[in-house]
Every structure is written in C-alpha cells, then in structure tokens.
Design a binder for this molecule. Structure first.
Ligand code: 13P
Ligand code: SF4
Length: 328
C-alpha cells in the first residue's frame, strides 16, 4: 500500500474510534476501501448488519439506496454516504408516481436502450393494472418506492421472498433480469418491470461463449442482474456474497466471474489457491468506484453526506424491509 494510503488509513481508524463509527462496504468497492471497512458484504448482509450493529455512526461505502436502507433500519444512528452522487441508475428506472421528475440521463450511464414501459409509466400505474397483486421490490430502489411495496428482496433471497407470499402472482420491480431469473425458479407468475443494471446488462451470450472457450476448465458464476440469456448459460447464479461462498466451497480451481470486477479482490484474497477471470473486463460500476479512502476520511471528519429518510416514507419502507429480513 502507498504511503499516502497508509496515512489515510491511520487517520480514518483514529476518527472512527473517536466517533464510535463503523464502516460498511459493498463487495464492489475499491480494494483499499474494502480493506478499511469493518464489514464487507452483499446488500442483504449489509442491511442485516446496519439493522443490528451497535454504533453511533454508520459510514456507508456503497451507493445511495444502500445508505437509505441503513437509515430506514437504524433511524437513531447517523448514516453517512461517502459520495453524495454515488447512485444506482437502475434504482432511478422506476418511480412511484408522476410527481417525481423523469430522469432523462443517468449518471455513469449515457446510452440507455429503449424501454418497453414509457418513462411516464409509474409503480402506481402497474399496481392499478394488477389490483391486489403483491409488489416485491429489489433493494436497488429509492425509499419512496420501497414504501409503496409489500416486501423487499435482494439478489440473495428473491426466490425465497416470492415463495413466502400467499399469492400465485407477484409484481417484481425494477430489474427485468432478476425477475425473469426468479420466474425460472418459482411456479408463481412474475410480472416484471423493465429496469436493468447497465454493468450486468452488457454481458451477451457471445461473451459467455468466448470466456468458456478461453478457460474451458473454469466454472462460470454469474450475478442474476446479467441478461437472462447469459444466466441460462451459467453454472451458478447468485448474489455477490453467494459467489464468494460458492467459490470457496467448490473443489474447482478456475472460475469465470460474471459480475462487477470489484468482487475479484475478495475472491482472490480469500482463495489464494484458485484462479478467477472476469467474464468481461469492463464490468465496472462507476458509481461504486466513486468512493476512495479520501471520501471515507472526509465523511468522518466533516460528518457528510448525511442520509435521513423522513418518517412518512421511512415507516412504510421499513415494513417492507423488515418483512424481508424476517425471512431466514
Ligand atoms: P448484491 O446484493 O448481490 O451484492 O448486489 C448488489 C448490486 O448492486 C449488484 O449490482
Ligand atoms: Fe446499480 Fe448495477 Fe452499480 Fe449494482 S452494479 S449499484 S445494480 S448500477
């Protein structure tokens, strides 16, 4: 590690202690940010940790919906997002009603393909089309969308969440790929939205064929946000931490990794005897990479950026998150 990073690390650790803070990092964060964190995980693990950990301040190295979830689950704590414009473009692909402005461009994502749903179409519109059908909402959404939902899910538990509901039909928002993958794994009817992650959506079946040809002995693991055609060709589909668990338990020695390349850091660190290849080298989430050690230090020093969800949204959103967290 560079002398500059070592000095930053030292200052962060000192301030963290003074402020009784903990640092949560998503698995896609930069290597040095993961190294300074108290806990590194997938969205489900980070939500569970935020709900239960004892501290005064949570510094969230991730994107905005993750810090919002931490604030919803732990309103008594100060929740700091390390970079204010670290967003998830997919979360902005659905809005509750027409009162929220349509976003014409998404930071870090300049060329969205056309949507099946016109951007004017809202969550309330789809609910009105399917009265009484429960809404399962991926955590990659804004707090007001969670507040209008019956239950949340992550990539780690989407099938279990759908199975837990008494209805034969569910509305699953906003990721079309995750929804289609869930539909493959449940007998229930899944009504999908049209959103997607621009990092995972770029993986084509040709990419899968090419990676397999280059590494014929490797096991291919993919995140369910990848295109469904690519998922159908994978050996194992799971969340980021699910990929970590699968790789360490497997007797295979080589793996192709179909998700954001930040995950390779933990995969390699925790499995030094195994080899990991990215499915595509350009699977990089620009928003996840906005946080640096300097951002973490600034957050602790200047107490920003505070994420606080107002109670009229927080309370119904918490209900949807709590229902998810109650599923083991
Ligand atoms: P995980 O919950 O699997 O970590 O995924 C979060 C995410 O943003 C994937 O792009
Ligand atoms: Fe959102 Fe995709 Fe980035 Fe995950 S990888 S935060 S889904 S844009």
């Amino acid at each position: 590690m560079s002398a500059e990073n070592l000095a930053l690390q030292e200052e962060i650790l000192k301030l963290k202690k003074q402020r009784h803070a903990i640092i949560l990092s998503h698995n896609y964060q930069r290597d040095e940010v993961q190294d300074i964190a108290d806990f590194v995980g997938d969205s489900l693990e980070l939500s569970r940790t935020a709900a239960t950990i004892e501290c005064d301040v949570i510094v969230f190295a991730g994107v905005n919906f993750m810090a919002e979830s931490a604030s919803i689950l732990s309103p008594e704590k100060t929740v700091l997002l390390t970079e204010i414009d670290a967003c998830c473009p997919m979360a902005d692909m659905i809005r509750v009603d027409s009162a929220r402005p349509v976003r014409k461009s998404f930071p870090g994502f300049d060329n969205p393909p056309p949507y099946a749903y016109p951007p004017e179409f809202t969550l309330r519109d789809i609910k009105a089309q399917h009265p009484g059908v429960p809404v399962v909402t991926y955590v990659n959404t804004t707090a007001d969308v969670k507040a209008e939902s019956d239950i949340c899910c992550t990539s780690a538990n989407v099938v279990k969440v759908i199975e837990s509901l008494p209805s034969d039909k569910v509305i699953c928002i906003p990721d079309k790929n995750l929804s289609m993958w869930a539909a493959r794994n449940t007998k229930k009817q899944v009504i999908a939205w049209d959103g997607f992650c621009h990092v995972h959506e770029r993986v084509t079946p040709e990419d899968v064929k090419k990676a397999r040809a280059e590494h014929p002995n490797a096991v291919l693991m993919a995140h369910p946000e990848c295109r469904i055609e690519a998922l159908d060709m994978a050996d194992h589909v799971t969340s980021t931490s699910g990929i970590l668990r699968f790789a360490s338990a497997s007797s295979a020695k080589e793996f192709i990794v179909g998700t954001e390349i930040g995950l390779l850091y933990r995969l390699r660190k925790e499995n030094p005897d195994k080899v990991f290849y990215p499915l595509r080298k350009d699977m990089i989430c620009p928003n996840m990479k906005k946080t640096t050690l300097k951002s973490v230090l600034r957050a602790l020093k200047e107490n920003n950026y505070i994420i606080k969800v107002p109670d009229n949204i927080r309370i119904p959103a918490k209900r949807a998150l709590d229902r998810m967290l109650a599923i083991k």
